[in-house]
Design a protein around this ligand. Structure first.
Ligand code: MG
Length: 428
């Protein structure tokens, strides 16, 4: 998948900071904002990125070069705009880059965000052959006049758009996050709307070379929503999904960005997620649970695999469903004891478990019981996990599907009690 990172803004409100460093290259906790964007795209499986620049092009070039050396799977293209074209103008000018793509992302690189790109794309695809999806966040009423407000129908179809609305124009507080999923049809609409906006006489010339600034928020989006019933609204849910957005446009917001706890800085972790029963320990018979440490028997050859993965640099996180707690077959203390015993057994082979995330709920009563991805999300909220270089091992097909959907780099399906198929579990 491909993405456009819009990085040509002047960052005037952040002067003098932005006089020497373009806004997308300003450090957030010591790392350039643009590098954080690239990491997030890479984690979402977006490997081809186009970045438009305006001034200090050389600084972007250096960053892109170093980034591609560190991450050979990434292919970054820079385009310099000596004269600003506007966000829609940039997109129109570089339309060829996206030709033939089922869909692609367009992202305002001025913002700091933890949007779940995979979920955004999944939402877009769930709308059938949608032309375009706009990611939005909920803002306070007093912030409305500074934002692009997207009104929407109950089915999440965008109905009207106001760029920085005046008082009384709208009561909606759903604001454009500057993140879009677009398609070739959106590119066609982009050209159509541009032609309709062009002053007389310009129509005969090559519109792509037109001097005019063409902006997504001011020009394209209000028109496309008014003329198409196929633009959709994705809501970033801060509390549930840990999705945040912060515009670092003002000195105050830039200072705030240095303090947010939702952008994790530091070495990214390469994790091997492990299903427990049937992978680490011999599984109990169907509809039974391991309810005490004395029933916990390691799958012997699993240890060999874990030692090998450890040498390859993986850390281990166990993600396990233990409905037996909800059913009253064991207490949480029993489970803690089992897990302490598991850690102890693995420590004999020098294998350390970084963390254990457990769903102890009844079926259909939570968002963490696998194959739902809540446990993986909890792990990602706590640790900075490099999903593209992480994997999951499970003896359940549903876990494998969950891992693929979540964007893990690899999944390993094992037979139940996999590394030693002839062994059967016996309750003592
Ligand atoms: Mg299992």
């Amino acid at each position: 998948m491909k993405a456009l990172l819009l990085a040509a803004g002047l960052g005037t409100r952040l002067r003098p900071l932005t006089e020497v460093t373009p806004k997308p290259l300003l450090p957030i906790k010591g790392r350039p904002l643009l590098e954080i964007h690239l990491d997030q795209l890479r984690a979402a499986g977006v490997y081809e990125v186009l970045i438009n620049t305006h001034y200090e092009h050389g600084q972007f070039f250096s960053l892109a070069k170093v980034y591609m050396q560190a991450h050979p799977e990434m292919y970054i293209t820079l385009v310099n705009e000596p004269k600003l074209l506007g966000s829609a103008g940039t997109l129109a000018k570089n339309a060829e880059f996206f030709r033939g793509e089922r869909e692609f992302l367009v992202i305002n690189a001025d913002n700091l965000t933890t949007i779940n790109y995979r979920k955004l794309i999944k939402f877009h695809r769930s709308r059938g052959s949608a032309m375009m999806t706009i990611a939005t966040e909920s803002v306070r009423e007093e912030e409305r006049s500074k934002k692009g407000i997207v009104e929407f129908h109950i089915d999440n179809r965008a109905t009207r758009f106001f760029e920085k609305p005046c008082a009384g124009e709208t009561t909606c507080t759903n604001a454009n996050a500057g993140i879009y999923v677009m398609t070739e049809r959106a590119l066609e609409a982009l050209d159509m709307i541009r032609i309709s906006r062009a002053p007389r006489g310009v129509l005969t010339g090559d519109l792509r070379d037109s001097e005019e600034v063409y902006d997504l928020g001011r020009h394209f989006i209000p028109e496309v929503i008014a003329s198409s019933r196929d633009v959709w609204v994705y809501h970033m849910f801060k509390s549930l999904e840990n999705e945040h957005l912060l515009d670092i446009g003002t000195p105050e917001d830039y200072a705030r960005a240095q303090e947010v706890d939702w952008i994790k800085i530091g070495p990214r972790r390469k994790v091997c997620f492990l299903d427990r029963d049937g992978v680490i320990n011999i599984k109990a018979p169907e509809h039974q649970y391991i309810t005490s440490a004395k029933d916990f028997v390691l799958v012997p050859s699993a240890v060999n695999v874990l030692v090998l993965l450890k040498v390859l640099g993986y850390e281990f996180i166990v993600v396990t469903n233990q409905r037996g707690v909800a059913l009253g077959w064991m207490s949480q203390e029993d489970l803690d004891e089992i897990h302490a015993y598991m850690r102890e057994q693995l420590a004999r082979y020098d294998v350390e478990i970084l963390d254990i995330f457990t769903c102890m709920h009844e079926e259909d009563s939570c968002d963490c019981r696998k194959p739902k991805d809540g446990l993986l999300r909890q792990a990602c909220a706590k640790y900075d996990i490099d999903l593209a270089n992480s994997l999951i091992i499970s003896d359940a097909n549903a876990d494998i599907a969950m891992g693929v959907e979540f964007g893990l780099g690899a999944t390993v399906f094992t037979e139940r009690d996999g590394f030693l198929p002839s062994r059967t579990w016996k309750r003592k």
